[in-house]
Design a binder for this molecule. Sequence first.
Ligand code: FAD
Ligand code: FES
Ligand code: FES
Length: 1344
Amino acid sequence: MYLAAKKNPMVLQPPTAKAATAVKAVEKKVEQKVEKKSGVNGYKPLAEGETITFNLNGSPRIVPVREVGPGMSLATYIREVALLTGTKISCNEGGCGTCIVTVKKSENDAPRSLNSCLCPVLICDGWEVTTVEGLGNRHDGYHPIQSKLAEEGGTQCGYCSPGMVMQLYSWLQEHPNATKMEIDNILDGNICRCTGYRPILEAFKSFAADNSDFEIPDIEELKLCKKSGMPCSGTCAEKSSCGGGKSVGEFLWYSPTTITELASVLQGLDAGVKYKFISGNLATGVYKNDGPYDAFVNLNKCAELTTIDIVADDVTFGANVKITDAINAMETTDNEVWRGVAHHMRQIASYGVRNQGSLAGNLMMKHYHNDFPSDVFLSLETAGAQLEIMDHLGVMETVPLNTLPTMNMDRKLIVRIKITLQAMKDQKGNRKREISHLWMSRNSFMKTADVGEWVYRSFKIMPRSSNAHAYVNAGFLAFVDKPNSKLLNRPRIVFGGISSTFIHASATESFLEGRELTQDIFLEALGILAEELILDEEPGLASPVYRKQLALSLFYKFWLYMLGDKCTEDVRSGAYELDRGVTSGQQDFETDEAQWPISKPVEKYEAKIQTAGEAEFVNDIPSVKGELNAAFVLSTVANCDIVGVDTTEALAMSGVIAYVDASDIPGQNSWKFASIIAASVQPEPVFAAGRSEYAGQAIGLIVAETRDIAIAAAKLVKVTYDNFGPVVTDIEEAIKDPSYVFDASMGFPMQYGDVTTALQNAAVVVSGRFKMGAQYHFYMETHVCIAKPTDDGLELELPTQDMATVSDVVSKVLNVSSNSINIQVKRLGGAYGGKIELPTAVASAVSVAATKLRQPVRLWVNMEDTMCMFGKRTPYLFDYQIGFDASKKIVGVKSDMYCDGGWSPNGVDAFFAQFFGQSCYHIPNLKFGPFGVKTHTQATTATRAPGMVNGHAMLEYMLQHAAQEMAVDPLELRSNNLMFEGSPIMPVPEVLEEPNPIADMIEKVKQNGDYASRVQEIQTFNQNNKWKKRGMSLVPMRFGHTVKGFGIKYHCLISVFAGDGTISVTHSGIEMGQGLNTKVQQVIASELGVDINIIKIKNAMNVVSPNATVTGGSFGSELNCAAAIEACKILNGRLSEVKKKAGAAATWLEIVQAANMANVDLCARYMFTPDRQDAVNNYSIWGVVLTEVEVDILTGEKHIKRCDLIEDAGLSTSPLVDIGQIEGAFMMGAGLWTSEEIKFHPQTGELLTKNTWEYKPPAAKDIPQDFRVTLLKNSRNPRGVLGSKATGEPALLLAISVLFAIRSALDSSRTDNGLTPGWWRFDGPATVEKIHQHAGINPLNFTF
Ligand SMILES: Cc1cc2nc3c(=O)[nH]c(=O)nc-3n(C[C@H](O)[C@H](O)[C@H](O)COP(=O)(O)OP(=O)(O)OC[C@H]3O[C@@H](n4cnc5c(N)ncnc54)[C@H](O)[C@@H]3O)c2cc1C
Ligand code: FES
Ligand code: FES
């Protein structure tokens, strides 16, 4: 139902005179075209002046069709026209969920979530759209979902939060009685890089009907405004006049409402016209470069295309039924086949995509891109679907679905999709040639008796738990006489992900017709299947070997399923998917009430404004008058010369203003003048001139009126290359050539003792090689910078962790003084180290453009460009040796540590890795050789725990290896070698100055985690299950936290307003989700003795904090708190006289007012540097984790069952914040070790995993199902700030336990499959493919 409109309908601003003329000219041409095309019976396209209308948060929006054009997405409209920036855009390809809004398309439709980034605003006619602003806000009160998410610590950077809120809100509108299990599943398309999802899921499940702790509000209550108690009017959001869209050129837009009208439209289309049916428009999220189109036919008004008819064994879908509707209709039947198809379709993409994506739209993607592993095609083809297709003359024909990929579909419409099961039952193949078959089964050609049962089984094996395309998908349908274990028809066997032409395993189908389900028949069929599976090989795909073996394994799974209980018990579980129940979590921490608000589990400072979408990020800042937009032109080939750049076509595009390149730089063409980790720094050009070192290097910028135009025009710039050199993208390949390897010891090779002699005399020496990969930061807020020329110089708004370097570098690039560059930073939408150095590159480029054009320019880099252009975590390779004496004590460790820095040495962090290469063990003799390696890839950059995660992993891997070689329990070996007070630690010659708490922590984890009995359970499980295996691993760590000696400095300025006593603070720490502002607020409240709520934290500014250290390395929170404490001391000192005079009963306000009257300065600033403070020192952070996984051996999929993690956070200043940091870091590590794989094109060096379609950070169902985090108690840190310890990075190191747990599960499988027990190399990341490939599967063990 529409809510009453409170304000006047929005009217678009008229275009500028120039634009108006341009639009008129376009319209004239379009009119001529319309005349020509519409014909006598022609259904006319929307013409000049026509509008569509929809409700946005209860207010009508009237959108002139021509003005916005077919290219404007609902998300862009919401953000740029309606100026509601709570809805975020990150990937712009349906893969992250930040843009989710709720949509009710008609009176009878249920409100559902939708990814607004892919939805053209022109199809929203008649819809009700609710954005996060429509739920609640700080003025009118927050919605219960927003409040709960904030309370539970479900936000960190907050960039994903509005999308999360809207996903649950949408779900509850349609499912007010949702269960915990349902809610656990709804985040299948919402990525959160910060939190590790646990607190979000916890918060959301409190709205479940089966949650005993929560009084479920009724659905109306969920729409209430909490503050006013009134039903939400949806008008909380501030309305603003619209900025106006842009016509993007000549186009025809049809919105027919009947099939007859559609026929008329098709009839009117000339053969040459490039047209597109718009259903959900989601295909553009996958295949971005299809088009451009002259005509658009909106199918959303045609009700006949969305009917559903299910009668017993027959199903008819209107072609454009939404995937969700198809699922819902089939799921509620008791038909095995329909339920099977529904189950398969549930694994497509995410809720938002399924709500909007149609069956026909998906099928047509398969038509246009035959290699697309479509799950709709696979499941419907398995069920034997037929299509009713209408051509442009209105003639209908019915064809089998499998003909669609190769059919001529020009000006044809899929009208209906039909499945008739009876037809499948009697299906027979042409078996004339199979005489042996006839011989064996005399009944096979007799009419099928109705004694059989349908067995439908399909599989989708993908790189992570949800929202990923299949490596291979497979569908099987058979009519089976179960009591007699016999196939009664010709089964249907369909595979996707094999090749662009492969659909049916026809030979196998023919062979199996009427066969008995015996082992012999299975093996024969398996052989036939293996022969007919011919696989495509492409660099971006999983290997053909894996895909083929996977397909064969899935066939085996199907057979197991058909036989069910007739199989032996040990193989039965192989038939099923990994079983994952409802997630749960426990958090255990200490708090000291005497010190509150210190150590109090308070809600994050910005949490509520984040959940309400009110927290402003840089790309939310409204554009100023005259602001232009820029997009990078990137190279596409590595290691070659750039010999030509042709911008003619790009500059000719309407709306394009200029091209900016190296020749426009007034100063130095480099954005790198210093590095925090490298000794010498190689310049990295702002714009490449002459040479493309890697594919993705910035060559120039296109500046245009809008961002979309700039991005489109940048793609039109033609770059020519020559003088191609070799392209090496893999570290192991690179180190074969010594010219790619260089010393990275920075003059300090790390060694002590005599490792050569120690290893010579060792009882056992274990040596090996270990490799681990890169990792993309996946900050949801991609890079952006707004550069605005002022009378003073240049104002920069950008998300950076390092203001000082930005102002220093930009001033050098522009050849101006540092004080001409004014920077302020409010918050970052995630960073993880990726916004330390890289924003400088963006700021430099856009500053050149703004200076050249003397206009404000915004450069908001899209996700693909961000991924292609910028460096990621450093990949590593270690060649190691570890020696033990007879009592299994380590005697020496030696390792050559190779670190891949990409094309430039600047990012090589092997020096850091050395510091962490002891983990928590006593190593009497040690030698590390740190090396940098050059590859033709992006220059790597700091990524959460840079080098640290690598060094720690290396040593833990060595121990894992040694334990296996020496046939001892890895935990026993670890416990036998723990470091102790006095053990050498890095850097040489330091020693551990405290007892090592790890042994106690291990005991605690074992106790809490029920270790002994679970070890037993796992053994029993593994003995009883051949194809599902469990593994457990316990890994400890010491994280050497170093704050001294790096010249770290942070500033804090506190201003007290005498009028009301409120306090404003600016410090030089950058809030990026780590809760720094919350801790500073707590500390100031405590030091000044005031209510926390009177303190506001303002933007960081370089004018206040000119030489501040980067916020990173886990030390930002603590040290900015230290600066705040000192600033408070100054204030308290100044106030002491006044306080004395005012007496003990005086309030804060009375004191500050008296002080102001006495001319006391109520503004205090302090610069804190640990180098000059004895109270703060380097210290160790200790942690232990116990992780259990279950692996599906036949597919390689895994599931983290449980995780018990204990970390020493001292006395946490803010326990909710610190637990969030620990969980988030652990999950980022889990991604590093499992699903996050980076691939390059072997010839060009182009990044292949460059978007959400190809790159897979963990999703909500990848977290441990049971996640328990404990902060070590009684461990106040005497060397830290207020007894606390840092938490941002350490837990990331512990995630290697996931790799080892998987390994342990695989060991059991390898033994079952007859491989000799012993060591085998297992590098990170352990992708689903790699897990499968190491499971040692022998098809001869495919028994029943
Ligand atoms: C992030 C993401 C993840 C995804 N994951 C998966 C996945 O795991 N598995 C999977 O199978 N798919 C996946 N998809 C694909 C998704 O299912 C399709 O994009 C969606 O179903 C397309 O439907 P649509 O209505 O949006 O089609 P549109 O994008 O509107 O149209 C797609 C094409 O179909 C044509 N078309 C539409 N209707 C008709 C018709 N009736 N007759 C003739 N032509 C027509 C259009 O002209 C156009 O060329 C994913 C997509 C995204 C964005
Ligand atoms: S921005 Fe829409 S899903 Fe990522
Ligand atoms: S809080 Fe979810 S991405 Fe930052």
